[in-house]
Design a protein around this ligand. Structure first.
Ligand code: VNL
Length: 390
């Protein structure tokens, strides 16, 4: 006890005398990464953290003369916890960036804090369109559901589908997807014959799938969040819907690269639209996938990983642009209009919306070398979020 007091006293004295510790602390720029690392959405946290660490390993931890310090905290996917962690990170840790946000409610819970503290808030996962409108300090490194869905509706239209049912998780991104699909598709004799919503947590798809089977649509359009696709696919098969000729389409969240291999045969042939596939054939992506696998026991990166990787790019490049200044307004200003070659393809931060303009690819699940991949076969170039007024 006495000994501890003596040591504590010595440390206090060193600070009071202007020791070197405070100077070192000043030179660190802290990035507070808040993710669901446990609970039903832990795969999202795991993917993003791995990609953030890969980016730092590849680009070093000194940017514009500042040492980047990463602080990772688990919010378990609970909005109150996200908000409390963000508060602590701002007040106690004095972070310069907030980042992560695995689901929409978690991003929404934090937005007012980012505004109040004037901290850039990099949304690496959550994808409801209205999120970026909740704070001028939010910049999104993922995508929006309308952005991924409108191309799917166009693909369905051009492929002669007439009667489509939709099935979405009953919260922000699902409602965005349902609305975007309906508005784009249901014209000129085409109709959405049912729009079913399933609970976000512990969904039992069976009763909804029975309804869909009875309606016999040409296709079922699905949005479920990353990680939930395997359970959906299992029940789709158990109900025999894969044998009834109901085509399965959706956004790429359904055939998430993280779990695609476990889905097996029922996933083969499923067509989805999304901004990222691990199978994307660019040199930048090949290098990214190779490095990610090498650092993560051969695990494949999914679209969440790319959100984390590009989010780190925004943090590093904005800090370079401000010459190391951590003024929140300057950092966000530097991110606006920024363009680069992401593993997903070319991207630009649209200055007026702080959303990425990016390609949306049409992909089909195919087997190659014994593994399942989302194989891209058509591209909608430079798609901006269609939900924003401009
Ligand atoms: C969200 C959107 C989450 C898409 C997801 O996976 C996803 C969201 C966790 O905005 O909550 O794939």
């Amino acid at each position: 006890m006495f000994r501890r007091h003596l040591i504590a006293g010595a440390i206090t004295a060193a600070f009071a005398l202007g020791g070197i510790a405070p100077a070192v602390a000043q030179d660190a720029v802290k990035v507070g990464l808040i993710l669901p690392m446990t609970g039903p959405f832990a795969s999202t946290g795991r993917q993003i953290e791995a990609a953030v660490r890969l980016y730092m390993a590849q680009h070093g931890t000194t940017v514009a003369g500042k040492r980047i310090e990463l602080i990772v905290r688990d919010d378990t996917g609970t909005p109150d916890v996200t908000r409390r962690i963000a508060q602590e990170m701002i007040a106690n840790e004095k972070v310069s960036f907030l980042a992560g946000f695995g689901l929409t409610p978690l991003a929404l819970a934090t937005a007012p804090l980012a505004t109040q503290a004037k901290k850039p808030m990099i949304v690496m996962a959550a994808a409801t369109a209205m999120i970026t409108e909740q704070s001028p300090f939010i910049v999104r490194a993922s995508f929006t559901l309308p952005q991924a869905t409108v191309p799917m509706a166009d693909w369905a239209t051009h492929n002669g589908l007439k009667r489509v049912a939709t099935l979405v998780s009953d919260y922000g991104p699902g409602l965005d997807a349902e609305k975007a699909f309906k508005e784009r598709f249901a014209r000129d004799g085409r109709e959405v014959v049912a729009d079913v919503r399933v609970p976000l947590r512990n969904p039992d798809f069976a009763p909804f799938l029975q309804r869909v089977a009875d309606l016999k649509p040409d296709a079922l359009f699905v949005f479920v969040p990353s990680g939930a696709g395997a359970q959906f696919m299992k029940q789709f098969q158990e109900r025999g819907l894969d044998k009834t000729g109901v085509r399965l389409i959706g956004t790429g969240d359904l055939t998430d690269d993280d779990i695609l291999n476990d889905m097996g045969e029922p996933a083969v042939g499923v067509v989805t639209t999304h901004h990222y596939s691990a199978d994307h054939s660019s040199a930048v992506n090949k290098a990214f996938v190779k490095a990610f696998k090498a650092a993560n026991k051969n695990a494949r990166p999914n679209f969440m990983a790319v959100g984390g990787y590009d989010g780190m790019h925004l943090i590093y490049e904005s800090l370079k642009a401000t010459g190391g200044s951590t003024d929140g307004e300057k950092l966000v200003g530097a991110m606006k209009g920024m363009s680069w070659q992401s593993p997903r393809g070319p991207v630009t931060v649209e200055a007026s919306t702080r959303e990425l303009i990016q390609n949306i690819y049409v992909r089909k699940v195919e087997r190659s070398d014994g593994e399942l991949y989302n194989v891209e076969f058509a591209t909608f170039q430079a798609v901006a979020d269609p939900a924003k007024k401009r």
